[in-house]
Design a protein around this ligand. Structure first.
Ligand code: GLN
Ligand code: ZN
Length: 759
C-alpha cells in the first residue's frame, strides 16, 4: 500500500500579491499585456517549482486565473454574452476583462457580468450567462497551454478544470435552461480533455463541488451523461468535490465511471465510512484531510491515528480538503504575529508540508518524521490549554443574555414615526453605503503611518482632512444622510478585529476576494471582548462637520465571523454571540454620543448559509439572533440600518425581515431589481434601499437608468419606504467615477420626488 499527496490548487495572487499589482497596472494603462503575461508566467513557475520541491506528487496546473476560474471556464466554452461583441475564435484578454469588469468609453459602455459568492466562501465568481440560440465553441486553450508551459519547465502537472455540471449549475439562463446546452458543453470538454491527453496529461482534476449541494434530477442526469462521455476522452479523471459532505449524492458520485474521486473529509467526515465500503476497488481515493478553508495547523498525530488504518486497506492520495485558494500563501512571510499564536497556524505552504510529513509517516512509519510529529503535537497541546483562549468574564456575560436583549423596544411602525420626527428626511432619501474611495493618497498615508514615517498626529490630521472634505462634498451635492467615508479603515472587518481582543492579524495573509481584490481575514483565536469604544471619535468628528445626519458605521457580528478565519474549537454560533455583545456595546456608545442613525453592515450574512437546505434554519436563527442582540440596545428613535451586498434574498426573506433593521440597503443594480418583486410579495415591512448604482464596475450610471430602476422599485414598494443608494461601499472606486455617479444618483432621487408629486 502506498500513499501519495496531491494539491488541488494554490493561491494564484502571488506571495506578495504580484498578480494584483500587475493586473491593476495593466488595467490602468501603465503596463503592457506582455508585461502582465510575464508576471503571471513567473508566478506559475514559482508555484509549480515550490510544490515540486516540497514533494507533492500531483501538482495542479490551470488553477491559475487572471480573474476567476468560472469566468475562465465560460471563456473556454465560448459562453460570451452578446454585449461584449465577441465574434468567435479565441476570447482575447480585452474581451475577458470586459466580461469581468465592464467597460466605459464614450461610444460603447458595457456592464460587467454578474458576480456572486463561490459556494460558502468569500471568493466571488462571475456568473455564467446563457441565452437562447447561443453558440458555444471552444474559445480558450488555457488549460492546455498551462499544462504545456509546466511541462516545458520540467514539471508534470495534473490540470484542473471546473466540471461541466457545476458550471451549468452556476449558470444563469436568461430565457433558456442552461442544461439545454449540456451536449454542447460535453463536446467542448471532450475536445479539451482529448487535447490534454494528446499533450501527455495522465490525470485531470475535474472539480464538481456541485456534488455537495442538494441536486435535482436534471443535475443528476447531467452527471451521468457527462461523465459517461468524458471518462472516455483520454485522461484519467479525478472527480473532485469539496466544501461539504456528499451524503445522499455519494452513490451518484460512486456510480460515475471516473478513475478517482476526491472528498472533503474535513467537512464531510461522515462520508468516509460509506466511501470505503462502496468504492470500486480500482477507484483511486483522494482524501481531503488538511483543512483548505482554515488556517489552523493540523494535529498530525491525531490525524495519523485516523488515517493509518485506512492506508492499510488501500492505496490513497491525501490532499487538502479543497483548493488552497482560500488560505494565505506562506506563514513564513509573517514577521509580527505573536509567537504563541503563530505556532497554531498553517498557511498554504505549511499545509503542503504537513501533507508531505503525513506521506512519510504513512509510507515509512512515524519514526521517520518523529521530530515533526512531536512539534505538531506540542503546538496542539499548547493551543488546547492556553489561557489566551478562554476568558471567564466572557462566559459569565454570555450567561446573562436574555431574549429581551435581542428585541427593540417597540415594533417598526412606531419606531419609524419617532425616527422621522427627528430626522425629517425627504421621500427617496439619498445616502451611500459607507466608504469613499481609498485613493493612493489614503493608502500611502496609512502605509507611511504603519512604517512609522508618519506620526500619529500627522496621520490623524490627514484622515480628518479627508473625512471633513468628504462630508462637505456630500453636503454640497445634496445627499441627505452622510457617511464619514471610512478612510481610517483598512478593511471593514480588520478594523474592528484590531480593536477587539481575541484576534490576531497577518502582515501578508492575503486571500483573493474577486479579481485583483484581496482581503486579509483576521484570525479569531480566542474569546472576544471590546476593551474600549472603537468608532465614536471618528463619528463625533464627522457629525461636527455637518447639520445633516451622519451615520455611525459598524460591521455586524455575522459578517465579522464569516470574513474571519474562526476558531475550530467551539461552534461558530458561540463565537458569533461573543462578537454580538462586543458590537452591541459600540452601538450603545454611538447612540450616547448622539448618533441618530447607526448602520450595522451584514454584508456576509448570506454567505454563511450552509450549502444544504436542511441546515439553513439553524444557521439563520443564530445569525439573526446575533444581529438583533447587536442592534437592540438602543431607543426607538435611533434608526438602525443594515447593508447586505448580494441580491439573492428570495429564499431567506423571513429571516431578513426578522433582523428588524429599520432600513436595509441591498445589491440590485446588477440583477435589475428582480429581487424587489420578492420583497414586495413577501410584504417586507421596513425600509429598503435597492442599490441603483453598480459600484463593482468603473462604469458611470446615467440619471435615466437609475430613474428607471427606481421606477421599477416604486412599482413594488411605497415611496416612503424607499432609499436611494449605491449597491455597496465606494472604496474600490476612483473619485472621478464616484463624483459624477453620485451626482446623477441625487438627480435621479429628485426626479423621483417630482414624479411622486403627480401621483
Ligand atoms: N460600509 C462598508 C463600506 O461601505 C460596507 C462594505 C460592504 O458591504 N462590503 O465599505
Ligand atoms: Zn456591500
Amino acid at each position: 500500500m502506498s500513499v501519495k499527496v496531491a494539491n488541488l490548487g494554490f493561491p494564484r495572487i502571488g506571495p506578495r500579491r504580484e498578480l494584483k499589482f500587475a493586473l491593476e497596472s495593466f488595467w490602468g494603462g501603465r503596463s503592457s499585456e506582455a508585461e502582465l503575461e510575464k508576471t503571471a508566467a513567473e508566478l506559475r513557475h514559482e508555484t509549480w517549482q515550490l510544490q515540486d520541491k516540497l514533494g507533492i506528487d500531483y501538482i495542479p496546473s490551470n488553477d491559475f486565473s487572471f480573474y476567476d476560474h468560472v469566468l475562465d471556464t465560460s471563456a473556454m466554452l465560448g459562453a460570451v454574452p452578446e454585449r461584449y461583441g465577441f465574434k468567435g475564435g479565441k476570447v482575447d484578454l480585452a474581451t475577458y476583462f470586459a466580461m469581468a469588469r465592464g467597460t466605459t468609453s464614450a461610444d460603447h459602455s458595457v456592464t460587467a457580468m454578474e458576480m456572486t459568492k463561490w459556494f460558502d466562501t468569500n471568493y466571488h465568481y462571475m456568473v455564467p450567462e446563457l441565452v437562447k440560440g447561443q453558440k458555444l465553441a471552444l474559445a480558450s486553450t488555457k488549460a492546455l497551454d498551462l499544462y504545456n508551459e509546466a511541462k516545458a519547465a520540467g514539471i508534470e502537472t495534473r490540470p484542473v478544470l471546473l466540471g461541466p455540471v457545476t458550471w451549468l449549475s452556476l449558470a444563469k439562463g436568461r430565457d433558456v435552461n442552461p442544461f439545454d446546452y449540456l451536449d454542447d458543453v460535453i463536446s467542448i470538454y471532450t475536445d479539451v480533455l482529448e487535447s490534454l491527453a494528446k499533450a501527455g496529461a495522465k490525470w485531470v482534476q475535474i472539480d464538481e463541488p456541485a456534488l455537495v449541494l442538494d441536486l435535482n434530477d436534471q443535475q443528476k442526469a447531467a452527471f451521468k451523461k457527462a461523465y459517461d462521455k468524458l471518462s472516455k476522452a483520454g485522461p484519467s479523471l479525478m472527480l473532485t468535490s469539496y466544501f461539504g459532505r456528499l451524503a445522499d449524492n455519494l452513490d451518484l458520485a460512486l456510480s460515475l465511471p471516473v478513475s478517482g474521486i476526491h472528498l472533503d473529509l474535513i467537512r464531510g467526515k461522515e462520508d468516509q465510512k460509506a466511501l470505503l465500503e462502496k468504492a470500486r476497488p480500482d477507484l483511486v481515493l483522494s482524501l481531503g484531510v488538511i483543512d483548505g478553508r482554515n488556517i489552523w495547523r493540523t494535529d498530525l498525530d491525531a490525524l495519523l491515528d485516523w488515517v493509518e488504518p485506512l492506508a492499510k486497506t488501500r492505496d490513497l492520495i491525501l490532499a487538502p480538503s479543497c483548493s488552497l485558494l482560500h488560505v494565505p500563501v506562506d506563514l513564513k512571510a509573517e514577521k509580527k504575529i505573536d509567537a504563541e499564536v503563530a505556532q497554531w497556524l498553517a498557511f498554504a505552504h505549511q499545509k503542503l508540508e504537513e501533507l508531505v510529513i503525513l506521506k512519510k509517516a504513512l509510507n515509512k512509519g512515524r519514526n521517520e518524521v518523529a521530530l515533526e510529529l512531536a512539534d505538531s503535537a506540542k503546538a496542539a497541546e499548547n493551543r488546547r490549554s492556553s489561557p489566551r483562549i478562554h476568558n471567564p468574564q466572557v462566559a459569565k456575560r454570555l450567561a446573562t443574555v436574555t431574549p429581551q436583549m435581542a428585541q427593540r423596544l417597540s415594533p417598526y411602525p412606531k419606531r419609524a414615526a419617532l425616527q422621522q420626527e427627528g430626522l425629517k428626511l425627504p421621500l427617496y432619501p439619498t445616502t451611500t453605503i459607507g466608504s469613499f474611495p481609498q485613493t493612493t493618497e489614503v493608502r500611502q498615508a496609512r502605509a507611511k503611518h504603519r512604517r512609522g514615517e508618519l506620526d500619529d498626529a500627522g496621520y490623524t490630521q490627514f484622515l480628518r482632512e479627508q473625512t471633513a472634505a468628504t462630508i462637505h462634498w456630500q453636503e454640497e451635492i445634496g445627499l441627505d444622510v452622510l457617511v464619514h467615508g471610512e478612510f481610517e479603515r483598512n478593511d471593514m472587518v480588520q478594523y474592528f478585529g484590531e480593536q477587539l481582543s481575541g484576534f490576531v492579524f497577518t502582515n501578508n495573509g492575503w486571500v483573493q476576494s474577486y479579481g485583483s481584490r484581496c482581503v486579509r481575514p483576521p484570525i479569531l483565536f480566542g474569546d472576544v471582548t471590546r476593551p474600549k469604544a472603537m468608532t465614536v471619535e471618528w463619528w463625533a468628528f464627522s457629525q461636527a462637520q455637518s447639520e445633516k445626519p451622519v451615520k455611525g458605521m459598524l460591521t455586524g457580528p455575522v459578517t465579522i465571523l464569516n470574513w474571519s478565519f474562526v476558531r475550530n474549537d467551539q461552534p461558530r454560533s458561540e463565537s458569533c454571540r461573543q462578537l454580538a455583545l462586543a458590537i452591541r456595546d459600540e452601538v450603545v456608545d454611538l447612540e450616547k454620543a448622539g448618533a441618530k442613525i447607526i448602520q450595522i453592515d451584514e454584508a456576509a450574512l448570506r454567505e454563511g448559509l450552509p450549502l444544504r437546505r436542511n441546515e439553513w434554519q439553524t444557521y439563520l436563527d443564530w445569525a439573526v439572533e446575533s444581529f438583533r442582540l447587536t442592534a437592540s440596545g438602543v431607543q426607538d428613535k435611533t434608526q438602525i440600518h443594515s447593508h447586505m451586498c448580494y441580491s439573492e434574498f428570495n429564499d431567506i426573506l423571513p429571516s431578513i425581515a426578522a433582523m428588524d433593521a429599520d432600513a436595509l440597503s441591498i445589491e440590485t443594480a446588477r440583477s435589475q431589481m428582480e429581487l424587489l418583486q420578492a420583497f414586495a410579495s413577501y410584504e417586507y415591512p421596513n425600509q429598503i434601499g435597492p442599490g441603483v448604482y453598480d459600484i463593482h464596475s468603473p462604469r458611470i450610471p446615467s440619471v435615466k437608468e437609475m430613474v428607471e430602476l427606481l421606477r421599477l422599485a416604486r412599482k413594488y414598494l411605497p415611496a416612503d419606504r424607499l432609499w436611494v443608494n449605491p449597491d455597496c461601499g465606494l472604496k474600490t472606486r476612483r473619485w472621478e467615477e464616484v463624483k459624477p455617479s453620485l451626482l446623477a444618483m441625487v438627480a435621479a432621487a429628485h426626479q423621483m420626488r417630482e414624479e411622486e408629486k403627480t401621483k
